[in-house]
Design a protein around this ligand. Structure first.
Ligand code: SAM
Length: 241
């Protein structure tokens, strides 16, 4: 795994954050040092979906990035002949997924480059994962996508959503930002790297409050909205029809 030192470069703070090849190459190190409990979040998704997905089940991983969740699911659900479709806007991210999969795993995976800000038509599915992806979409696109997730989901299916969340007050946002920056220093990021990346992400990663997220889920039709993960300003839900 290549060490992420990209945001030592001041010039990267001057342009909006994009999931380029340079990011894709260091993404696994970046995400594991930036997202609290990243590997445990994947284990949580795997734990819940292993129970929920039936024989010949179909799973979507929307915003699959470098495929860590896909790989973990394939390594755990070995006897159900599942298919996983990973969708992501960034071809360099999808290229990283390809590199990770064995020939046998490739037979179980479909990788689709697609901009989820555009309306999409999903196949009938047993599970949908949106792990830190909704936060990058326009709010109107989140609404459209969640409605399509609801429509495509089988009756006993599950949608797993993990998001960075915004505070209900400015004070809460400031407190979380301070704590989260400190957490990143514990993981080896310098104040300069933290400041540069934060600036690049401004207007690109747009967290909503817990209440606003749950309103979106409710408006899309989901009646079971269970909070299953929380670490400061990171939150995970399991949704069902
Ligand atoms: C923080 S990463 C998601 C992490 C990933 N789910 C995981 O488990 O490691 C966000 C991903 O969403 C993708 N993304 C951002 N905007 C998108 C869009 N409009 N359409 C599709 N994918 C998008 C990015 O390319 C990136 O791979």
């Amino acid at each position: 795994m290549k060490r992420d030192t990209l945001f030592l470069d001041e010039s990267l703070s001057q342009t909006p954050f994009k999931f380029t090849e340079n990011i894709a190459i260091v993404f696994d190190d970046m995400v594991s040092r930036s997202v609290p409990c990243y590997s445990d979040i994947i284990k949580l998704i795997v734990t819940i979906l292993t129970q929920a997905v039936p024989q010949n089940g179909y799973i979507y991983d929307l915003g699959c990035s470098t495929g860590n969740t896909i790989k973990a699911l394939l390594g755990t659900i070995v006897d159900k002949n599942i298919t996983i479709e990973g969708i992501d806007l960034s071809p360099p991210m999808l290229a990283q997924v390809q590199q990770k999969l064995s020939p046998a795993e490739k037979n179980r995976v479909i990788l689709t480059p697609y901009d989820l800000n555009q309306p999409i038509s999903l196949k009938d599915t047993n599970a949908i994962i949106l792990n830190l992806t909704l936060q990058f979409l326009h709010v109107s696109a989140r609404k459209t996508l969640l409605k399509e997730c609801y429509r495509a989901l089988a009756p006993k299916g599950i949608v797993m959503i993990i998001e960075k969340i915004g505070g209900h007050t400015t004070e809460e946002d400031i407190q979380w930002s301070t704590w989260y920056s400190f957490y990143k220093t514990l993981n080896g990021y310098s104040p300069k790297e933290i400041k540069n990346k934060k600036k690049a992400l401004t207007g690109i990663l747009n967290p909503l409050s817990v209440a606003a997220n749950e309103q979106l889920f409710h408006d899309a039709g989901f009646t079971v909205i269970n909070q299953q993960f929380r670490w400061l300003n990171f939150m995970g839900w399991a949704l069902q029809k």
